[in-house]
Design a protein around this ligand. Sequence first.
Ligand SMILES: Cc1cc2nc3c(=O)[nH]c(=O)nc-3n(C[C@H](O)[C@H](O)[C@H](O)COP(=O)(O)O)c2cc1C
Length: 210
Amino acid sequence: LDVFEAMETCRAIRFFKKDPVPDELIDKILYAATRAPSPGNSQGWDFIVVTDPAIKQALSRKISGVMEATVGAMQQQMGGLEALDPTTRRMLQGTLNLARTLGDIPAIILVCGKKVYPPQSPTEQFVWSALYPAAQNILVAARALGLGTCFTTYQNTCDKELRELLHIPEDVHIAAFIPLGWPAAGFGPLTRRPVGDFVHRNGWQGDLRG
Ligand SMILES: Cc1cc2nc3c(=O)[nH]c(=O)nc-3n(C[C@H](O)[C@H](O)[C@H](O)COP(=O)(O)O)c2cc1C
């Protein structure tokens, strides 16, 4: 798959088949993650791959409980599910489905890392600088293999339980919680504004988006 085609159809997948994903494919995606750039080539990333059904179920229970409350409150604020625009409605329904079905999704990849850069006085800022490119490589590599992912911050809904379940020390920062599996529906075209809304030539050209 051409890399441009992979990027322009790499939608957030929130509905998955239960079919297993071969370890070789997961390994290939992790390889791609470790080819990402990082500050000073510090490579301060670690990837926790969760495939154990009991752990995934426990995470699903916790995360879906929190997400149900959050999404419920959002819906109430916005005047009910019917009042939402179709894209937001689909996103909220999708993220609830994703949380509820985590136990059946073949793998979850946590992108995490410690402060390692600059070596003489490491700062947190550079942790995220390394982890976000690695996470994006995971998304695009998975898409190239026909696998779906969704970049999520579910780790923030259950920090304590997640660390306990997976023995993650406090000094490890978690940037992304990425479910991975075969998509139940097709990949996308993406919904994005035209490139001209964002690109300034030879200097800032004012607000491009009206
Ligand atoms: C930093 C970050 C956090 C995100 N967190 C969540 C999340 O917690 N749950 C979720 O369902 N999607 C999450 N997403 C996915 C976005 O909602 C999604 O990429 C965006 O709506 C655009 O949709 P598309 O990728 O399908 O085009 C996150 C994406 C990013 C980059």
